[in-house]
Design a protein around this ligand. Structure first.
Ligand code: KG4
Ligand code: ZN
Length: 368
C-alpha cells in the first residue's frame, strides 16, 4: 500500500514538517521524502543556555504556519496536495508538554479541515526507526532486507534519552538499559556550558575536539567498569550504585562533575583537550556497551540514532567496531539524526502496519 503522510514534530526546540511517501510491508518498508523542513529555535534559546519551554511554544506557534505555507502554498496548490495525503501524524511524546501541544492542536485543526485521519507518534520511535532511511542498507538489495538484520542492537542517543534496545524484528523491542541520570546529549551540553561554549553543546564540543587530544585527560568512563571508579582525586573507589546495576545502563552525570573539578583545578587547561577527552569518554562508553550487547546477544546489526548520532567521532567508532564484528551499521544521514519530521512519518507508518496507536494528548515523559 502506498501512503502519503504529513508529519509534524514540535517536541522540543525544532519545528518540523515533512511530506513522505511510504510503501511496503513490515518486511520491507520504503520511504520517499517529498518535502521536509526544520525551523530551528537555537538562536532563541541560546542566551538561556538551554531550551525554555514557553519560548519553544511561542516559536512553534510562529513557525508551524510558515513551514506549512512552504510545503502547501495556498489555493489550488494546497488543495491538489491534500488530495494526495492519506493521513497526518504528530509527535505526542515524549517532550516538552507546551511544545507538544502546539503540534497536536495544529494537526487536529488540519485533520478536521481536510478530513484526514490523525495518528499520534512517539518521538523516540521516530529516532529508532530513522535507520530505515539509511542509504546504505548493506545487507541485500532485494527481498526482505529488514528480516536479515535482526536481532539488532539499537542505541538511541539524544538530548533527553540514552537507551539501548534489542530488536527481534521491526516491532518487537526489549529495552536493555538506559541512562540513570544525564543523557549523552545532555552530558555534551553541560560540559559545553562549563567550557563557556554556546548551546547546543554537542556540535560545539565536536568542533573544538578536532583541535584537541582525546587522550589528554583520562576522564571517568561511567559504569563501564562498574566495580572500579575513580574519585575526583584519582583514587579508585567502589561505586555502590552499580553493584546491583544492569550491565547495559549508562550514567553521565559523574563525567560532567569530573570535568567541572578538572577545569576548576586547572583553569589554564587547554579547552580543546578537555572537549576531545570528554567526547572520547562518551564515545568509549556508548560504543563499548553497544558492542558488548552485540557480542553477548549475538546481534546481526547495529542501529544508531538520535541527535548525538550526528557526532562524527561516534559514527566513526561505530563504523570501525561494526566492521570488526562484520555486521552492518545502520545510521541515517546527519539531517535525520537530529529532530525532524521525516522520522516521525517513518515511525507512524511502522505503527500503522502493526496497528499500534498513540493517544492524541501530550505525554511529556512517555518512554519507548
Ligand atoms: O535528538 P535531538 O535533536 O533532540 C532530542 O530529542 O533531545 O538531540 C539533541 C542533542 C543535543 O544534546 C545536542 O547537543 C546533541 O543532540 N547533538 C550532538 C551533535 N549534534 C547534536 N552531540 C554531539 N555531537 C554532535 N555533532
Ligand atoms: Zn529527538
Amino acid at each position: 500500500m502506498l501512503k502519503t503522510i504529513l508529519a509534524i514534530e514540535t517536541s522540543c526546540d525544532e519545528t518540523a514538517l515533512a511530506l513522505v511517501e511510504a510503501t511496503g510491508g513490515l518486511a520491507q518498508p520504503r520511504f520517499k521524502i517529498l518535502k521536509h523542513f526544520v525551523a530551528s529555535q537555537i538562536e532563541t534559546h541560546r542566551p538561556f543556555g538551554g531550551v525554555v519551554p514557553n519560548l519553544a511554544k511561542r516559536e512553534h506557534l510562529k513557525n508551524l504556519p510558515i513551514l506549512y505555507g512552504q510545503i502547501f502554498g495556498s489555493g489550488v496548490r494546497e488543495q491538489a496536495l491534500w488530495k494526495k495525503i492519506d493521513y497526518i501524524t504528530v509527535t505526542s511524546g515524549p517532550g516538552l508538554e507546551p511544545a507538544l501541544w502546539t503540534g497536536i492542536i495544529f494537526a487536529q485543526a488540519l485533520a478536521k479541515k481536510w478530513k484526514r485521519p490523525l495518528l499520534g507518534a512517539n518521538h523516540l520511535e521516530g529516532h529508532l526507526y530513522s535507520f530505515l532511511l539509511a542509504q546504505k542498507r548493506g545487507v541485500t538489495s532485494h527481498g526482505s532486507w529488514v528480516k536479515e538484520i535482526f536481532p539488532a542492537i539499537a542505541l538511541i542517543v539524544s538530548g533527553g534519552h540514552t537507551i539501548l534496545l534489542k530488536l527481534d524484528d521491526l516491532t518487537h523491542l526489549k529495552k536493555l538499559g538506559e541512562t540513570r541520570d544525564d543523557a549523552a546529549g545532555e552530558a555534551f551540553d553541560k560540559v559545553a556550558r562549563l567550557l563557556e561554549l554556546p548551546y547546543p553543546g554537542g556540535p560545539e564540543i565536536e568542533k573544538l575536539a578536532r583541535k584537541g587530544n582525546p587522550n589528554a585527560i583520562p576522564f571517568p568512563r561511567p559504569m563501564l567498569h562498574p566495580v572500579q571508579q575513580q574519585n575526583r582525586h584519582g583514587a579508585s573507589q567502589k561505586n555502590p550504585s552499580t553493584s546491583s546495576g544492569q550491565a547495559y545502563d549508562f550514567s553521565f552525570s559523574g563525567l560532567k562533575t569530573a570535568v567541572l573539578y578538572y577545569f576548576r583545578d586547572n583553569p589554564k587547561a587547554n579547552k580543546a583537550d578537555i572537549a576531545a577527552s570528554t567526547q572520547e569518554a562518551i564515545v568509549d562508553v556508548l560504543s563499548q556497551k553497544t558492542f558488548r550487547a552485540v557480542k553477548e546477544l549475538d546481534a546481526h546489526s547495529v542501529l544508531l540514532s538520535g541527535g548525538v548520532a550526528a557526532n562524527k567521532a561516534l559514527r566513526n567508532r561505530f563504523t570501525i567496531e561494526s566492521k570488526k564484528m562484520k555486521i552492518p551499521l545502520f545510521v541515517a544521514e546527519f539531517q535525520y539524526n537530529t529532530d525532524n519530521a521525516v522520522m516521525i512519518a517513518v515511525s507512524s507508518y511502522v505503527n500503522l502496519l502493526r496497528g499500534k496507536k498513540y493517544r492524541l494528548v501530550a505525554q511529556g515523559d512517555r518512554n519507548i
